[in-house]
Design a protein around this ligand. Structure first.
Ligand code: BTN
Length: 262
């Protein structure tokens, strides 16, 4: 099992990335890898640095939710990114991450969907959540932390999430190597990120859109305490979901909880 366990040395082994995960901080337990990565980034840590933990006791989810991160079963990690981009382009960091995870999961033969804006689902249950957090001034991004939580070998979930969450183990009925999966995601991430830095944003957006289940469907979007209904017609270049309502108005959302009606 040793060769297969998550450790700095094993993660680096045969990983030919240029900058993603060239430097690694590994913890057996931490509050939140996003939180730690933000501290490092603020103190000048370089781009691409990976912070990973076996267990988080304050894993951060979206909307201040707690992200369940038990020991030894999932992948809980964050990447420090310092691209020279405008704040309005920062959603691409999440897009790159979801494409990287999507590709790695497809590689395992899983039939998954990307849920706008940042989840990966299997049959409507959450397999992976992504949380990008930024520090920016009015125009420019100082740094971003892209955090990925992927349920890999959990056999059970706690009561409060057991109807909403799933793991690769639950789908495939067998354990998979977290190490191999992580390395695959890190390689994919660097490839997508390089495309982004090369200006191939339209291509990335098209690839991402082609994997989003709710496009073309009638949906509900919960946003700012209200529920909006309509057809999900597109995702704009800035990452906003475009909803056509019954009055023929187009409403755009930066984020929200979307669910398919039919
Ligand atoms: C979501 O709510 O869907 C986003 C969940 C993101 C969880 C990951 S786990 C690794 C990283 N560190 C954190 O504290 N959160 C992210």
């Amino acid at each position: 099992m040793k060769n297969n366990e998550l450790s700095k040395k094993n993660i680096k082994k045969n990983l030919e990335n240029e900058f993603i995960a060239r430097k690694i901080y590994y913890f057996s337990e931490i509050d939140s890898t996003n939180k730690y990565a933000a501290k490092l980034a603020k103190n000048g840590e370089k781009e691409g640095t990976l912070v990973i933990a076996e267990k988080q006791n304050q894993g951060k989810g979206r909307k201040n939710r707690l992200w369940h991160s038990p020991a030894g079963t999932g992948l809980w990690f964050s990447l420090i990114l310092k691209p020279n981009i405008k704040v309005t382009e920062s959603h691409f960091l999440t897009i790159n991450a979801s494409l990287a995870v999507y590709k790695a999961l497809k590689n395992l033969g899983l039939n998954i969907d990307i849920k706008w804006p940042n989840d990966i689902l299997y049959k409507n249950k959450k397999l992976c959540g992504i949380l990008s957090e930024m520090s920016a001034n009015t125009k420019k991004l100082n740094y971003a932390i892209t955090g990925i939580g992927l349920n890999v070998n959990q056999k059970h979930f706690e009561n409060d999430i057991k109807d909403k969450a799933t793991s690769i183990y639950k789908i495939k009925k067998q354990e998979v190597s977290r190490l191999a999966l992580l390395q695959n995601i890190l390689v994919n991430f660097e490839n997508y990120y390089k495309k982004f830095l090369n200006g191939e944003k339209d291509k990335l957006l098209d690839e991402w859109k082609s994997k989003i289940a709710l496009l073309g469907k009638f949906i509900n979007v919960k946003s700012d305490g209200k529920v909006y209904e309509g057809k999900a017609i597109d995702i704009a270049k800035d990452g906003r979901l475009m909803l056509l309502n019954k009055n023929n108005e187009i409403i755009k959302f930066w984020a929200g909880d979307a669910s398919i009606k039919y």
